[in-house]
Design a protein around this ligand. Structure first.
Ligand SMILES: Nc1ncnc2c1ncn2[C@@H]1O[C@H](COP(=O)(O)OP(=O)(O)OP(=O)(O)O)[C@@H](O)[C@H]1O
Ligand SMILES: [Mg+2]
Length: 153
């Protein structure tokens, strides 16, 4: 049985400047290669493309529902063939201790795919084993984002 690498080639060695379509293709590929349990953190400023990437990963992972930003609920749960998917947007989290109210402990033991925007808000609560991704605006090109993807699981 052959495995696609969880981090597509190139990205694991540094960074890429991707337009929206390229980012979506990359995310779908990551989603296809993902197997649970897996935590992926996605950092980046407002509008960097975190939710766009989450939507692509979900599509690749087999989520058929519309994936929308959990800005107010902070967490959305979706069904997929391999496992549930949790999409967290922690922008409005006041402190890591509030994670308990979101069912954090249950999420982590659910053998799920867990996709987390604004992971910094969770402090030390992010499991050590996770795939960190970061998206950054490019000052001289509004249509591209710098993608960093690091770590192997
Ligand atoms: N290369 C790109 N990759 C991703 N998004 C892009 C790119 N170029 C332009 N965009 C646009 O930038 C916006 C990114 O919005 P998105 O909601 O995905 O960002 P976000 O990081 O989740 O923001 P927030 O911090 O508010 O949650 C979208 O309107 C998207 O079309
Ligand atoms: Mg978002």
């Amino acid at each position: 049985m052959s495995h696609e690498p969880i981090i597509p080639t190139l990205a694991s060695h540094g960074h890429l400047a991707l337009d929206r379509a390229e980012l979506v293709t990359w995310g779908e590929r990551l989603g296809r290669a993902a197997s649970p349990p897996l935590v992926v953190t996605i950092s980046g400023d407002l509008g960097a493309g975190k939710t766009t990437l989450v939507q692509a990963i979900c599509r690749g992972y087999g989520v058929t529902e519309d994936v929308t930003s959990p800005t107010f609920a902070l967490v959305h749960r979706y069904a997929a063939p391999l496992s549930p998917v949790y999409h967290l947007d922690l922008y409005r989290l006041e402190s890591p201790s509030e994670l308990t109210n979101l069912g954090w402990d249950e999420i982590l033991v659910d053998d799920a795919l867990v996709l987390i925007e604004w992971p910094d808000r969770a402090g030390d609560e992010i499991p050590h084993l996770h795939v960190p991704i970061s998206l950054q605006h490019l000052p001289d090109d509004p249509s591209r984002r710098l993608l960093y993807a690091g770590g192997h699981v």
